[in-house]
Design a protein around this ligand. Structure first.
Ligand SMILES: C[S@@+](CC[C@H](N)C(=O)[O-])C[C@H]1O[C@@H](n2cnc3c(N)ncnc32)[C@H](O)[C@@H]1O
Length: 290
């Protein structure tokens, strides 16, 4: 444990930043600042306002504990208990996938593709509920069905939809992909889009220790090829979606052609488009039911 005698916020911050830099933790200043703000129950501006103040022994000990957890590659969002997504934040924690910036592009694309005349959409593989919350916030009249196979994400999604006051329009349920869904004529007519960020890493693929050691494998690992969930989902979605309605999928790096081929093989889809993420990587596939 670091010596905390005579420590100010500024010196604690500097020491943490140095340790993060030495241990190749990304954005060391930003992460140290976030942890100190969390320790002090304030925000960045609050930390900056009291940089010269001595850090109480109790706060120094808490901060040291958080820094040590981060040095052990526990994700920053798990330590803070929250993640940012689009223009809001969500609860996250162990057992729940941390929403990524790439998925913001999936939401933006879905909102363009989903015709407002259709009453509801599915957020499949909902995790924290990031997509469900974003869609419900953007479409104040719409309803969302959020599905996840695992209990902890479903529980966290329920908390997040309540916190964002969309709980009356988002239904959370368990199930293996779309196997639990049976549509009537009316609900089928109202289904406007299926949006899914599934697990898409291949078994054995090299992933960061933050992911490998902390995020649940069910959330990111699909199977030996990485495309197994897409392969099961494409025919299931074709059974549910009416003509012209879109299925939107987030893609893993280098998977665009393989996933396109799955749609071609199924044969019930037209108008396939792929949008890049902010790094220029093909990331969001939109396919409309023929
Ligand atoms: C990559 S995470 C996506 C979470 C969230 N939608 C997001 O974008 O941040 C994938 C999620 O799919 C869930 N999942 C994995 N296999 C599933 C299956 N067969 N059926 C339903 N959900 C599944 C996992 O529990 C996990 O929460």
């Amino acid at each position: 444990m670091a010596d905390t005698a005579g420590v100010t916020s500024a010196s604690a911050l500097q020491a943490a930043e140095t340790r993060f830099t030495d241990n190749a933790i990304d954005a060391p200043r930003v992460q140290a600042m976030a942890l100190l703000a969390h320790t002090l129950g304030t925000n960045r501006a609050g930390v900056l306002a009291r940089l010269r103040d001595p850090l109480a022994d109790r706060d120094a000990a808490v901060f040291e504990d958080l820094v040590t957890r981060r040095l052990a590659h526990e994700p920053l969002q798990y330590i803070l208990g929250r993640a940012h997504f689009l223009d809001f934040s969500l609860r996250v924690g162990p057992g729940v996938f941390i929403p990524r910036p790439e998925t913001e592009r999936l939401v933006e694309t879905a909102l363009r593709a989903w015709n407002e005349d259709h009453a509801w959409a599915i957020d499949l593989c909902c995790g924290s509920g990031a997509i469900a919350v974003a869609l419900a916030r953007a479409r104040p009249q719409a309803r969302i069905l959020a599905i996840d196979r695992a209990a902890t994400p479903r529980q966290v999604t329920r908390q997040n939809v309540r916190e964002h006051q969309v709980g009356d329009r988002v239904t959370v349920c368990g199930g293996d992909l779309l196997t639990a869904i049976a549509l009537t004529r009316r609900t089928g007519d109202g289904l406007g889009a299926i949006v899914c960020n599934p697990p898409y890493a291949a078994s054995g693929e090299v992933v960061q220790p933050e992911v490998l050691d902390h995020e649940p494998a069910l959330a990111w690992e699909a199977g030996p090829a990485g495309t197994e969930i897409y392969a099961r989902l494409v025919p299931q979605a074709a059974e549910l979606l009416r003509s012209g309605r879109p299925l939107l999928l987030e893609l893993g790096y280098g998977q665009a052609q393989a996933v396109r081929d799955l749609f071609a093989h199924d044969g019930r889809w037209g108008q396939i488009t792929i949008d890049d993420d902010f790094q220029g990587i093909p990331r969001v596939l939109t396919a409309r039911r023929r």
